[in-house]
Write a protein that binds this ligand. Structure first.
Ligand SMILES: CC/C=C\C/C=C\C[C@@H](O)/C=C/C=C/C=C\[C@@H](O)CCCC(=O)O
Ligand SMILES: [Zn+2]
Length: 643
């Protein structure tokens, strides 16, 4: 491998932070915060315990232009902080002077900062009552991944800086506060308070990186659904959420068995978010944030909860060293998610093979979105000067998991063998971070001990080459006797084959006989939507809708895929349905392709822009920024300065 390639896959320099991540070791954070819905601000103190690693005149922390630090002390000495030059997409670093007498390497510093967030903080969404299910109370939640923690509290906003934390959060008396930590009892009176507020305390004694600090405040209810799981939601949603996510303990126990590592976090609670939540789920430790678009009513979308559970090992315990190595978080989590679901499914390995083909579709869509030569389609993309939000796609998930890890499964000699590797990998890197080079070295060392020949793995191609994986490259090293020789994607996909045959029947004979009950409908639609797939006649679409009730479905995945198929076929009847859907949810996985495809339809382009302008304030700041770029409404790019 070339020197440059080695440098990239072993890159430990974090291009997404401006903080002093090497000169200081960040041990513990204490937060004391008050949440003010009237001003849409969080105010209070962030107190860091750090150890000096290298003598330095100042401790530099990540913040943003809108995060105002009004006072600072270092080991009790008052100091004057200084904002350094703002960066186009990494925020505004803050220099905290270290008194000369405190600069000795090994010295422990207590750095206390009094600060407040901006109403425009990109880490927070403040929702009016109208945007909640109950319509009575406002709601606030954070989303820090990848680099928004700096808009919530001054920090070394880098995955390699893992720290424990405690917090106390003061909120209105009607509200409940939750964090990515263990609650310390119920709400407490505010000392000398007037009864209009109350306080919640939290403790996270497992080290976490800044992107996994999370807070949510709203009118919330809860229900226990397992030995270590309570679901939280607005009161009118609790019963439906509790039922939908009732399998959670099975996911956790199966993942423990697969990884050979007990679940490291004290709890696995789930907070069902308001519809504007921009992602399917966020793996905040102890408290997954989940979109309400998972509430299909039949548990068919609970795979996302399985994914977030899996992050308890891959991502939250074993963590990417920098965002260039994000595939180690997401590729491994998609692998663990699918191995858990395969273990629990009556279809067994047939489900895994089916998921593989679905993954191929998602990967093809993601690669075509960026363009097959885009560096952002490499498994380890260059992120110099790039906002990770702009680099985000399904590539690290699908190319990382059901391509590279599946390829290495073949090299290792099949699933059972690779699962023993996974156990060794998690045991070796628990509570640590690693680069892609570390991963390669560990895999090759394991192969050496196991007598597995991994000399044929073309690491530079797999890790650095943009575009779709080279199928020939996979075939050359495929050794798994249960598979055809052609390559990792050629597993016998019996479940998917039925969907493909069904699409062919709909295309060739739309007036034919079809069963009303159809499994894997989403796959059927995805296969009819693949680039190059033959167009379905309008009559077929209308008949499919009558038979499968796709326009009216409660299943958000089906609803989105169906609307995209109809947009692709220029079926005008779907436009009002699309407008209604994007007006009611804010999950980017759905609203971004729908807006893009409506915008790409010339006659409907103005509808897309008008709809966005009407609803933009209801979307999460990250979503609003991405949609603005998708619709070419923000000039050059979406790299706006953080606030
Ligand atoms: C190569 C990209 C490098 C870094 C990107 C890291 C984070 C990007 C930032 O936008 C945060 C992403 C958070 C994702 C959270 C949950 C996803 O797993 C779900 C995504 C799709 C869905 O809605 O289901
Ligand atoms: Zn994930």
């Amino acid at each position: 491998m070339s020197h440059d390639a080695e440098a990239r896959i072993g890159c430990t320099t974090d291009k997404s932070t401006l903080a002093s991540v090497t000169a200081f070791s960040f041990k513990h954070l204490s937060l004391s915060l008050s949440v003010d819905f009237a001003t849409k601000e969080i105010a209070g103190t962030a107190t860091w315990t750090v150890i000096v690693a290298e003598a330095a005149e100042a401790l530099v922390l990540d913040t943003t232009a809108g995060l105002a630090v009004t006072a600072a002390t270092v080991n009790g000495h008052t100091v004057e902080c200084r904002s350094l030059a703002p960066h186009e997409c990494l925020g505004t670093p803050l220099a905290v002077p270290v008194p000369e007498a405190e600069r000795e390497p090994g010295n422990e510093l207590t750095v206390s900062l009094t600060y407040s967030t901006s109403p425009q903080s990109s880490a927070l969404q403040w929702l009016p009552p109208a945007q909640t299910a109950g319509k009575q109370r406002p709601y606030m939640f954070s989303q820090c991944q990848a680099i928004h923690a700096r808009a919530l509290f001054p920090c070394a906003d880098a995955p390699t800086c893992k720290f424990t934390y405690d917090a106390e959060v003061t909120v209105p008396a009607w509200a409940t506060a939750l964090m990515s930590a263990e609650p310390q009892g119920g709400p407490q009176e505010v000392p000398a308070g007037d009864g209009s507020t109350r306080r919640f305390a939290f403790q996270q004694d497992r080290p976490v990186p800044s992107y996994l600090v999370a807070v949510a405040v709203g009118e919330l209810g809860s229900k226990r659904v397992g030995p270590r799981t309570t679901v939280w939601a607005e009161p009118c949603m609790v019963e439906a959420v509790a039922w939908e996510f009732g399998e959670t303990e099975r996911f956790i126990a199966t993942a423990e068995d697969l990884t050979g590592h007990a679940y490291d976090w004290s709890r696995y609670d789930i907070l069902c978010m308001p519809p504007s939540f921009p992602y399917g789920g966020m793996e905040n430790p102890c408290l997954t944030f989940a979109t309400p678009t998972l509430l299909a009513g039949d548990r068919s979308l609970a795979n996302v909860i399985c994914h977030e559970v899996a992050h308890g090992w891959t991502g939250n315990l074993v963590t990417n060293h920098t965002w260039e190595h994000f595939w180690l978080n997401e590729g491994w989590t998609r692998w663990l998610e699918n191995r858990v679901l395969t273990r629990l499914s009556p279809h067994g390995e047939e489900l895994y093979n089916f998921q593989m083909q679905e993954s191929l579709t998602h990967l093809e869509e993601a690669v075509s979105q960026f363009g097959a030569t885009s560096p952002l389609t490499a498994l380890v993309p260059p992120l110099d000067g790039i906002d990770p939000d702009d680099a985000f796609s399904a590539v690290p998930y699908e190319k990382g998991s059901l391509a590279l890890l599946n390829h290495l499964t073949s090299v290792a000699g099949g699933h059972a063998k690779f699962e023993t590797f996974a156990k060794a990998y998690i045991a070796a890197y628990a509570r640590r971070t690693l680069t892609s080079a570390d991963f390669r070295a560990f895999f090759c060392e394991w192969c050496g001990k196991e007598g597995v020949d991994c000399s044929g793995v073309e690491w530079e191609k797999w890790l650095l080459e943009p575009g779709m994986p080279d199928r020939a490259m996979q075939a050359e090293a495929s050794r798994d006797p249960t598979r055809s020789a052609e390559g990792v994607y050629d597993y016998p996909d019996t479940l998917g084959a039925k969907a493909t045959q069904l699409v062919e029947r709909w295309v060739s004979c739309p007036e034919g006989q079809f069963a009303a009950e159809e499994h894997f409908l989403e796959s059927l639609l995805a296969r009819s939507h693949k680039a190059g797939a033959p167009l379905l006649p309008l009559a077929a679409l209308q008949r499919m809708d009558e038979l499968y009730q796709l326009t009216a479905t409660r299943n958000a995945e089906l609803r989105c895929r169906w609307q995209r198929v109809c947009l692709c076929h220029r079926a005008a009847f779907i436009v009002p349905e699309v407008v209604d859907f994007v007006a009611t949810v804010g999950r980017m996985k759905f609203v971004r392709p729908l807006y893009r495809e409506l915008f790409a339809w010339e006659e409907q382009s103005a509808v897309a822009v008008r709809t966005f302008m009407q609803h933009r304030d209801g979307y999460h700041p990250i979503c609003s920024k991405m949609l603005s770029a998708d619709l070419k409404l923000d000039g050059k790019s979406a790299k706006k300065q953080r606030t």
